[in-house]
Design a protein around this ligand. Structure first.
Ligand SMILES: C[S@@+](CC[C@H](N)C(=O)[O-])C[C@H]1O[C@@H](n2cnc3c(N)ncnc32)[C@H](O)[C@@H]1O
Length: 423
């Protein structure tokens, strides 16, 4: 799908490769070639990848151009972006340097400086959501191309050069409420967590904050790339104080590492108490996986020492507490386990909750109305499996039990329980 386009003059033979302008198409520049610049613009639009073929790539690389995009055009594009339906009207990826972003920024926008982009892809929006980007001075055309090649949908493309060469532009945008200078502490994320966490967190926090002291603690089992946890850790009180701290667990060392990185990039490393590489075994016991120790097992050419397995309660109250240096209590205000199913540990999880604590589970469900391949049926929940398990437990209340769908339509059972305060 084409996302960003370039205007060619009327007489250009390349215009044959163009196509009709569609809503959302965007002019990314005009030629610095005098011959072309003097000719009549007719609006033949091309995908930027064709520019390389036509020898206009140096224009994209250097960003030098004698015809800059002017204020009305930028304002109109920003308004178009803002007017687009949720969630895109709050998705603006600013790839300039941190200092440029802090001096002036579009509202709302998120800064990921271009050099770190490839390591921070887990902070980008879902690929089906169109979003706006600001390309840095020396990446005109190439930043959006990089994202487009990897499947992201950059629909509104701005270029730092247009803002640098137009002294009044930031002032004008500020007057219109589209920008601010000297960035405040407020920040925005480009991604959202799993739907059940997003829709229930306000109620959960309100309930927990009535009784429990902040920061609230969360345990994420099967944390994956850490997006849900990072989203949670980014939540702040009315006075801008972080609400949560967390422990993340995953059997994949790469996943734990990615969780650490996303928290570090979002300046929340101190809220991630620990990322722990541990595995639930088939029998429901847990085992720490420690790398680099004198080996008893070899995996992927690297030495791994496999620690003994422990039952869930013992593992969290002893092994994990030892690892955490007893920095936080062994019971949590909230446990989340999203798209990860280890059936054998489910009955024990309430014991890891503080009184009044919440457990959120969201996992694929074997539902007669839906056919899908992965995960395989034996790795899916059965309809009512969670309700039957937790519904019969004393001191446990089912708060939410519903069918939701992931982006590709597969059904998940999203489920929340709350432990009685008196339990
Ligand atoms: C489908 S991902 C979900 C990740 C994340 N919760 C999310 O929703 O994006 C499942 C995660 O569980 C982890 N996992 C799989 N088997 C595990 C096990 N036996 N013990 C601990 N983690 C495991 C995987 O490494 C993976 O990161």
């Amino acid at each position: 799908m084409s996302l960003a386009f370039y205007v060619f003059p009327e007489h250009s033979t390349q215009q044959q490769s163009g196509r009709a302008i569609l809503p959302g198409d965007k002019l990314i520049g005009q030629s610095c070639n005098k011959h072309i610049a003097q000719s009549t613009w007719r609006g033949c639009w091309l995908h930027p990848k064709h520019l390389w073929k036509f020898g206009l790539s140096s224009f994209l690389r250097t960003g030098t151009c004698d015809t800059l995009v002017d204020t009305p055009r930028i304002v109109s594009l920003l308004k178009q972006w803002r007017a687009y339906g949720l969630p895109s009207n709050r998705l603006f990826l600013d790839l300039r340097s941190e200092s440029a972003y802090h001096a002036h920024r579009i509202l709302p926008s998120t800064n990921i400086p271009m050099p770190g982009l490839e390591y921070r892809c887990s902070e980008l929006p879902a690929k089906q959501w169109p979003f706006a980007i600001m390309e840095p001075l020396d990446h005109r055309g190439t930043a959006s191309q990089w994202l487009t090649d990897r499947g992201w949908n950059c629909r509104w493309i701005f270029w730092e050069g247009d803002f640098i060469h137009n002294a009044e532009l930031w002032n004008d945008l500020q007057t219109l409420g589209l920008a601010e200078d000297n960035a405040s502490n407020q920040s925005w994320l480009l991604f959202t967590p799993c739907p059940i966490l997003e829709t229930s967190i306000d109620l959960i926090e309100t309930d927990l904050r009535k009784f429990n002291r902040e920061p609230l603690s969360c345990l994420d089992i099967g944390c994956g790339s850490g997006r849900d946890l990072a989203w949670l850790l980014a939540r702040k009180t009315e006075t801008n104080v972080p609400i949560w701290q967390a422990v993340a667990i995953d059997s994949s060392e790469g996943a734990v590492q990615r969780t650490r990185i996303i928290c570090k990039n979002m300046a929340m490393a101190n809220q991630l108490i620990s990322g722990i590489n541990a595995k639930v075994l088939v029998n429901g016991d847990w085992r720490l996986v420690e790398k680099g120790n004198p080996g008893l097992a070899v995996k992927d050419g690297q030495t791994k020492r496999l620690m003994p397995g422990y039952p869930t309660l013992q593992f969290f109250t002893q092994e994990i507490q030892r690892l955490l240096n007893h920095q936080i209590p062994p019971q949590y205000d909230m446990i989340i386990t999203i798209r990860f199913l280890a059936r054998s540990i489910l009955p024990q999880l309430p014991q890891l909750l503080k009184p009044g604590g919440f457990l959120i589970i969201s996992h694929f469900v074997d539902h007669e109305d839906y056919t899908y391949d992965q995960p395989r049926p034996e790795h899916r929940l059965q309809v009512d499996e969670l309700a039957n398990l937790y519904g019969s437990m004393p001191g446990i209340n089912i708060i939410v039990d519903k069918l939701e769908h992931v982006e590709d339509g597969r059904p998940v059972n999203s489920f929340i329980i709350r432990k009685d305060r008196e339990a």
